[in-house]
Structures are given as C-alpha cells and as structure tokens.
Write a protein that binds this ligand. Structure first.
Ligand code: IMP
Ligand code: MG
Length: 182
C-alpha cells in the first residue's frame, strides 16, 4: 500500500477498510441487541463520523432516527481544548429517546465530555457513546466507563486520517486509515 501525502505530511497504512468493516459489523449486532424495542436516536458528530454512522446503520436492523451535530475542537494535529458548536439538535422532547452519540475518535475527551453535558441537559431516556477510535493515553478528562460503552479500536497516541478523519480538511475520503509517519 502506497504512502499518502497531505501538504508536507506523509501517512502510512494503519488500519484497513476490512478491519474497520469487521468491527462495525460486530458493533451493529451489539446495538441491535442493546436497543431492541427502544426508541433509538443516533446522533453523529460531524464532520468525522459521517462514514461511521452510515456504515453502522447499514448493518443494523433496529429502526432508529438519525441526527447530526457539528462541533470543532481540532487545529491541525492538536486538540485546541476549546469546543465550539456549529449546530446542535433541534428543540424538542427527548424524554423518551435513547440517544447514542457516535464519534469518530476520542482524543483528549473534551469534545465528547462537552456533548455529553449538553445532551444530558435534554433529559433523554438514556445516553451512551460509541466511538470508532479511542486514544487511552491522550484522554485528559474523567469519562465514566459506562459513558463510552462502545469502543471499536483502542489505538496508540498517534495522529490518523481516513475513513472520515481529516488533516486540514483532507484525507476523509480514504477508505483505509493512515497514520502520520514519524
Ligand atoms: P478531543 O476533543 O481531543 O477528544 O478530540 C476529538 C476530535 O478531534 C475528534 O472528533 C476529531 O475530529 C479530532 N481528532 C482527534 N484525534 C484525531 C486524529 O488522530 N486524527 C484526526 N482527527 C482527530
Ligand atoms: Mg470529530
């Protein structure tokens, strides 16, 4: 597999499309079990999670609603620590909804913590998080074990692109995931 360049950075293959699809298949089966008979609302976090949400719901048989929220916290290769909301959920009654937040990657954890707080304020019937990637060494905040119930890949503290994840807006269209070369 060829290296991939974005600007002055070079990336090499890290996790293949097949590995990702395999994990998503297992996740979808688990969600079908856990959300059977529940009024499920999937909330994808843009931009990074659009492929993850799309591929997961393709594999699920449980009917659900899908919404997206858009936030930004990353500048280049680093988390800025400040989360800014571009748009959020529409106003409404969420008290009977079981919300599953879907994130591409949890790095410092600031983004997910912020969104957990915002969504808890809507008093949903339940709230859980599914993330495709999780960097245990990078997490800076205390996340309850059960808050992030679904983790597809725990990865090293490295910068990755592909499958929705970007560097300076580029790389999201890659089907495999690439890691920044040292
Ligand atoms: P956190 O707030 O530090 O947890 O960062 C979460 C957000 O930063 C994710 O939703 C991604 O958009 C972005 N991010 C974190 N790590 C990476 C990475 O390795 N590659 C690309 N984007 C990343
Ligand atoms: Mg993101």
């Amino acid at each position: 597999m060829k290296d991939y360049s974005i600007g002055d950075k070079t990336f090499e293959l890290y996790i293949s499309e097949a590995q990702i699809q395999h994990k998503i298949h297992d996740l979808a089966a688990q969600l079908d079990t856990d959300y059977a008979e529940k009024d499920l609302l999937i909330v994808g976090i843009l931009n990074g999670s659009f492929r993850f949400v799309s591929d997961t719901i393709k594999q699920m048989s449980t009917p659900c609603e899908v919404e997206f929220v858009k936030v930004k916290s990353y500048e280049g290769l680093k988390s800025s620590g400040n989360v800014s909301v571009n748009f959020f959920l529409p106003a409404g009654d969420y008290s009977k909804k079981h919300i599953l937040l879907m994130e591409d990657i949890i790095d410092t954890g600031h983004t997910i913590q912020y969104l957990i707080e915002q969504i808890k304020a809507l008093n949903p019937a339940s709230l859980s998080v599914a993330t495709l990637f999780y960097k245990p060494e990078a997490v800076q905040i205390h996340l309850e074990e059960k808050a992030v119930a679904y983790i597809c890949f725990k990865i090293e503290n490295l910068f990755i692109v592909g499958y929705g994840l970007d560097y300076e807006g580029q790389g999201r269209t890659l089907n495999d995931v690439y890691v920044l070369k040292k």
